[in-house]
Design a protein around this ligand. Structure first.
Ligand code: GLV
Ligand code: MN
Ligand code: MN
Length: 414
């Protein structure tokens, strides 16, 4: 097997290894939340692959795994993505970008010709936000101090971020030491599966991202009156779950009536108990709203809030709506986009420019450095689903395009 052809195959094979215990908490699905034993196990094996590739590794104070090649004080080109997952995940959303970074580092290390900048491969610990109510804690913690109250946020078991950091072997008091200093990051590039169908429809293996849509998370808590399912007449109920159900449909209605790029999802519904014979007194939903323009997203979030407040009042149910997170839309750096386009063309793929509807660590790194993203075709556009699939051949093209990109950037900095 030609070493270059092997890059994509090995990247995919490593993602597959990471798809089962101990790199997943569950045996029957991939579940790797931030700061869990599965996250630690994944960090250990990936750290070993980074070392083999010639990188010097460390875990930063917010739990990101960082492998570095090149001079200690030089600004770094970071290739990164995340290694946490949603609760029943595919194997490539996040880890494939990290594995491609490791392949690039290994190829450059073997080549032995130094780059005019350092190269870092970063495996962010929390992009999905599937454990705590906020997301991107890994990349946010690298770009700016985390708001102190976020260390007190708790997961479904009541464990706080601070406690989880301690259990992971980190010191919550030092968490802000993860913030990178001015000039430390030359640029950030994230290879990632597309998670949509555009590349497959165009018959193309790779695409270049021009912008990432903004996203907001609303945490909505209903408080009604718990009651007996048999003995409480329908007009006398204050059913928190029925209010939450109506709110789910309000989110769908508001977003379906907006422009095509506006999307709204409720993928989180929590109740303190589950019972056939109890009218539930409490329910919580998590609302995710996204659009290409922040003004569109904010107007939709405001309309959703008005609808939810009105339905709660009509039902005699109290409601609390909290904006858990609002990440602005993020344009990629125009020059790096051009460079990535040329790199993609150089490996024989006609470059297609795309907007990302999914969120990525790149939208956070953009606060401190120019960013670019390379998209890799995924079968049927399916993602956040165990059926997610990317091919070794496409991953191989991605590795080669990334190396071509790095060479072009190196020429500019020579
Ligand atoms: C992450 O996959 C997100 O887009 O929320
Ligand atoms: Mn994801
Ligand atoms: Mn992802």
């Amino acid at each position: 097997m030609d070493e270059r052809e092997g890059m994509g195959r090995r990247a995919i094979a490593r993602c597959d290894v990471l798809g089962a215990p101990p790199y997943s908490l569950a045996v029957d699905r991939l579940d790797r939340p931030f700061l869990t034993s599965a996250h630690a196990a994944a960090g250990a094996i990936i750290g070993g692959w980074m070392t083999e590739a010639g990188l010097t590794t460390r875990i930063d104070p917010i739990g990101n795994l960082i492998g570095r090649l090149g001079p200690k004080d030089a600004p770094a080109l970071i290739i990164g993505s995340h290694i946490d997952s949603v609760r029943d995940a595919g194997r490539y959303d996040g880890p494939l970008g990290v594995m491609i970074g490791v392949e690039c580092a290994q190829a450059l290390h073997r080549r032995g010709r130094p780059l005019p900048f350092a190269l870092e491969v970063v495996a962010f610990g929390d992009e999905e936000g599937s454990r705590f109510p906020v997301s991107m804690m890994g990349s946010r913690g690298m770009t700016a101090p985390l708001p102190l109250e976020q260390l007190e946020l708790t997961d479904a078991e009541g464990i706080s971020v601070a406690e989880a950091l301690t259990a992971f072997g980190l010191d919550p008091v030092r968490v802000n030491d993860a913030v990178r200093g001015p000039g430390e990051v030359l640029a950030y590039v994230e290879p990632h599966i597309e998670q949509g169908p555009a590349l497959e429809a165009a018959g193309l293996a790779l695409g270049v991202v021009t912008a990432i849509v903004g996203q907001a998370r609303l945490r909505v808590r209903f408080k009604g009156v718990a009651g007996h399912a048999g003995a409480t007449p329908m007009p006398l109920r204050h059913d928190a779950l029925a209010a939450a159900a109506e709110a789910v449909l309000a989110v769908e209605r508001v977003c379906a009536a907006g422009p095509v790029d506006l999307v709204g999802t409720v993928g989180r519904l929590l109740t303190p108990i589950a019972a056939y014979n109890v009218i539930l007194g409490e329910a919580e939903i998590g609302v995710d709203v996204r659009a290409a323009a922040d003004s569109t997203r904010d107007a939709a979030a405001a309309a959703i809030r008005r609808e939810i407040e009105a339905l709660a009042e009509r039902r005699g149910v109290a409601v609390e709506i909290e904006v858990a997170q609002a990440l602005p839309a993020c344009p990629c750096d125009a020059h790096l986009v051009d460079l990535m386009e040329a790199a993609v063309a150089s490996v024989g793929v006609s470059p297609l420019r795309l907007v990302s509807g999914a969120g990525h660590d790149a939208m956070v790194l953009a606060r401190i450095a120019p960013v670019a993203m390379l998209f890799i075709r995924c079968a049927g556009g399916i993602s956040h689903n165990p059926a997610e699939h990317a091919s070794a051949a496409d991953a191989d093209l991605a590795c080669r395009a990334m190396l071509a990109f790095i060479d072009r950037l190196a020429e500019e900095h020579a």
